[in-house]
Design a protein around this ligand. Structure first.
Ligand SMILES: NC(=O)c1ccc[n+]([C@@H]2O[C@H](COP(=O)([O-])OP(=O)(O)OC[C@H]3O[C@@H](n4cnc5c(N)ncnc54)[C@H](O)[C@@H]3O)[C@@H](O)[C@H]2O)c1
Length: 293
């Protein structure tokens, strides 16, 4: 039978593999015969992984150490780890969700990915409208190729200070997800030069380790479900995201690069068509400058 997915014997790296979407993805990849390097701040106890590596993505030193432990050729890299930002500061949320990803992408993945490989990020429906010019403009200092770890942390802190120094972690969540989408778009060409694909998925609300934080932020699970269920009539499950990630990283998606895949059972389509109001087209500067001091 044709192996359409092509994962057998391939080196895959999954971040955030201890929980939620990344855990479901890791299980799928192991089942498909991949050599999976499962990365998380906690040990990953999934049978069949090649290695579990404990690494803290909020630390540049820990990321540098991680890449000494990963193979020199990676076929599929899945960046899934993240913080909800509800119990984290703006800077801490930006650091794990964005700074770490940009640093890994620009410092390591450009040269570590094998030909015909793929890099896939999990951003979020919270990162929609990143492509609007006025929104792109406020993100672009963060995607600058020359901005390394320290410069990005400095720019993050400056942004926080500009709006009073106490910007909420959840704003950091949205900022990080929009910025990561822009980063993917801007890196397509460089990765294509090495025949590597680079894509993002934008999940809607999913029942993972983060759900209770998101519910708290929206005034309870009932409110969250009312606002986030959409045409599917249910929240997403980790396996829904895992299967989409398996597809994007596989041979089946061999000509798919620079795609921002809404995995939301049509929720964004309802906004794009005008059937539902478009909720997220605001800039950070507008929204934050209107907040009471
Ligand atoms: N759950 C949702 O509704 C939803 C919606 C859209 C996007 N997302 C995104 O999906 C991705 C996966 O999250 P999830 O929903 O599966 O949540 P989860 O909390 O179940 O999993 C997140 C994983 O990231 C790991 N992690 C967090 N900080 C880390 C750090 N500093 N170093 C290493 N690992 C770290 C955690 O230990 C955890 O295993 C995240 O990027 C999240 O922003 C989630």
């Amino acid at each position: 039978m044709t192996d359409y997915l092509g994962y057998r014997g391939q080196t895959c790296v999954v971040t955030g593999a201890a929980s939620g979407m990344a855990r479901a993805l890791t299980e799928e990849l192991v089942g498909l015969g991949a050599d999976v390097y499962a990365v998380d701040r906690m040990p990953v106890d999934i049978d069949g992984v090649k290695t579990s590596i404990v690494a803290d993505l909020s630390s540049k030193e820990s990321i540098d150490k991680l890449f000494t432990e990963l193979p020199s050729r990676i076929h599929a890299f899945f960046s899934v780890a993240g913080l909800a930002g509800v119990h984290n500061s703006f800077t801490d949320t930006m650091t794990v969700n964005y700074v770490a990803n940009k640093y890994i992408t620009d410092t390591y993945l450009q040269e570590r990915m094998a030909e015909n490989g793929s890099v896939t990020y999990v951003t979020s429906a919270a990162g929609l409208r990143w492509e609007f010019p006025e929104i792109r403009e406020e993100l672009s200092p963060f995607t600058d190729v020359d901005a390394g770890w320290d410069a990005l942390i400095e720019r993050t802190n400056e942004f926080n200070e500009r709006f009073g120094g106490e910007v909420a972690g959840f704003v950091g969540y949205m900022f990080s997800k929009r910025a990561l989408n822009l980063l993917v778009a801007e890196r397509v060409q460089a990765f294509a030069g090495n025949q590597v694909r680079i894509n993002a998925i934008l999940p809607s609300m999913t029942s993972t380790g983060m759900l209770s934080d998101f519910a708290e932020q929206r005034g309870g699970l009932d409110n969250l479900k009312a606002a986030s269920t959409g045409p599917a009539g249910r929240l997403a499950e980790p396996i829904d995201m895992a299967k989409t990630l398996v597809f994007l990283g596989s041979d089946l998606a061999g000509f798919v690069s620079g795609v921002f895949l809404d995995v939301d059972y049509g929720m964004n389509a309802l906004e794009l068509s005008g059937i539902n109001p478009m909720r997220t087209k605001w800039t950070f500067a507008d929204t934050l400058s209107k907040q009471p001091a």
